[in-house]
Write a protein that binds this ligand. Structure first.
Ligand SMILES: [Zn+2]
Length: 128
């Protein structure tokens, strides 16, 4: 298992990590096909985003849990057991985007920094 935060000094699995562990271990094929169909239903924008046809970030329900579609898509396709402290970030700053190439994982602090950078500089499309 890959740990994203070296400042975690104990191995506590929160409910989010446990859920991803269960899905990745027992329901990976089903989860992957759900993730691919979410991406396939999305609409590709000029900026390369794949947007869900919803006003805000789409939610997905899977195996008793509801979570944002972008978090589901990122974690399933990258097989990441994300905990509550791990946020899936939009490099394109488009919360409706579920393009796996535009998503990356980080901490809540980094996510806030992204929002500040975006307000100051806009999206840097050279990163995408
Ligand atoms: Zn995007």
């Amino acid at each position: 298992m890959k740990l994203f935060h070296s400042n975690r000094d104990f191995e506590y699995e929160d409910e989010s990590q446990q859920w991803f562990e269960l899905i990745l271990s027992n329901h990976l094929e089903e989860a992957r096909s759900r993730a691919f169909s979410l991406v396939a239903e999305g609409v590709r924008s000029d900026a390369g985003c794949i947007e869900t046809p919803t006003l805000d970030a789409r939610k997905v329900r899977f195996k008793g849990k509801q979570l944002p579609a972008y978090r589901f898509v990122y974690c399933i396709l990258n097989e990441v057991r994300a905990g509550y402290a791990d946020v899936v970030r939009h490099r394109c700053n488009n919360r409706r985007c579920i393009n796996p190439d535009h998503l990356e994982i980080g901490s809540r602090g980094e996510n806030l920094q992204d929002e500040r950078d975006f307000s100051a500089n806009g999206v840097d499309y050279t990163l995408l």
